[in-house]
Design a protein around this ligand. Sequence first.
Ligand SMILES: Nc1ncnc2c1ncn2[C@@H]1O[C@H](COP(=O)(O)OP(=O)(O)OP(=O)(O)O)[C@@H](O)[C@H]1O
Length: 320
Amino acid sequence: MKITSARQSVSTGAVPSSRTALELNAVHKSFRTNQGRIEAVAGIDLRVGTGEIVAFLGPNGAGKTTTIDMMLGLTTPTSGTVSVFGRDPRTAVEAGQVSAVLQTGGLLRDLSVRETVTAIAALHGAKDRIEEVMERTEISSLARRKVSKCSGGEQQRLKFALALLPDPQLLILDEPTAGMDVAARHAFWDTMRQDALAGRTVLFATHYLEEAQDFAERTVLIGSGRVLADGPTAKLREMTGGRVVSAMLPPGRPTAPALAALEAVGQVSSVRLNGLRVSVTGPDSDTAARMLLNELAATDLEITAPTLEAAFMALTGEDS
Ligand SMILES: Nc1ncnc2c1ncn2[C@@H]1O[C@H](COP(=O)(O)OP(=O)(O)OP(=O)(O)O)[C@@H](O)[C@H]1O
């Protein structure tokens, strides 16, 4: 895992390698605006192996969409290189090796769902895949509905179906589940997981931190056009300094001695009190829990893992 931030630069072991699906080397992208030049992407290095599911996580304006556009050959880097299966991204897109579900653009509102899928299948020479793809993305029951009458989530599923038509080896998804309800989101990710097991590579940009947590083994955290952290999602969570143990202190007793005792527990990074609920953060949650229950007569104990929001704030000093 590689962690790079203004404050630290640490290596904790690389992500397992396989055949390279996607590679970015020293990629920069700047835009000229009325306010001067904006560097949307400020030097990104990234390698994604086949069969990986990678979350591209970052706050608004971090550079995710700009980077994805370069992965798809929709725009070119100001400097640096992007390759998909060793080829120029446009060539890979044209060959059907990579396809995408993007935030913006193109569904024709007057066509029905089936007409849309059929038209795009014809472009890809993939008419034999229509039924399978519609079934997999659960839009068969919407086949005759006009696109304009589909909900946001249904339109996302349709876009997903279109992306699957060429049977791409790499799927790039920009906020793919935006507008989907919880059940549709889970169904979507189940399909993705099966696809990754079958060797398809998936890279998705998301604001849903839970989604990175639940569906990606690897998370690339982006901020200000740079990679801030890149590694197993579970490791990223651990970087916040362990678990949070919280419990209710007994009423009618002074709290200061309890707080002092908890602060003395090895490797504790913080002890906070809110009313009688005390929260202890640190890697040794077992010791803190034992002390709370056995020595301090605390009740209602909870142990929680840190969230990616916490990891993000720890790395960037900003709110996600
Ligand atoms: N065509 C453009 N011209 C000028 N500035 C741009 C252009 N495209 C993007 N930017 C700027 O580059 C930065 C990165 O934008 P980008 O859309 O890549 O971020 P993002 O991480 O995808 O954000 P979001 O999560 O909000 O979609 C932002 O400051 C944005 O305003």
